[in-house]
Design a protein around this ligand. Sequence first.
Ligand code: 48F
Length: 251
Amino acid sequence: MLDEVTITRAIVEDFMKTFVEYTDVDVAIVGAGPSGMVAAKYLAEGGAKVAVFERKLSVGGGMWGGGMMFPRIVIQDEAKHILEDFEIHYWTHKDGYFLANSIEVVGKLVSKTIAAGAEIFNLMSVEDVVIRDDKITGVVINWSAVELAKLHVDPLSIRSKVVIDGTGHDADVCRIVERKIPGALKVVGEKPMWAEVGEKFLLDATKEVYPGLIVTGMAANAVTGGPRMGPIFGGMMLSGEKAAKLALSKL
Ligand code: 48F
């Protein structure tokens, strides 16, 4: 006989145990878009304790819809090894242009990231950072529903040795630091579409922008003033891979 209260306790007890365990992590990644998830998998494989906080119900960020809701993405040569690491099926469109099904890509990213040992917390928004001695030492989180309903509810804090901003075009975490710590960093804002330049720019822009804060993905171009690139995703994946390497070298 199935008992509803046992079902309730199973969910609450297990989640609370995990949540408490992840209040102190090596790396907190903000945003479960492609760059954040790629970073999370490589970090977890490198032995780091990783929590990913995602504002929305669904993970995958801006990848689901491919280009203008045609669920295909393009990837270039340089990122093929990442597709292979994630066991993502891809095929050739023409020399140097590979295609993948954006829905499958999100599925594989999530599945491999979790299998590697990273913990994803969806429906939680990062609304602030913790700073000690001019270094980011954690993030401040709240249920996204609190934010959406504009409820006056105080947040909770997570301690983290490194924070990765993978919040996409908004560069949310970097903007918080810019706003709250005058002179700490400048978010230049992204430039108009230019795939070739945007993809290359992104790798240099993926860096530590403030002690303890690394920026990846579209957020990196937004901070440094690089162009957007549209539905080509090799750069996002390579950026996540680089962010993971940078974070591991700091642990
Ligand atoms: O936007 P998103 O997919 O970021 P990305 O990894 O990839 C960018 C591409 O999707 C696309 C592009 C490619 O050419 O330009 O836009 O850089 O994913 C960012 C995720 O961060 C979440 C947001 O809901 C999304 O899923 N996010 C944003 N702000 C917060 C957040 C926040 N404050 N707290 C938690 N999650």
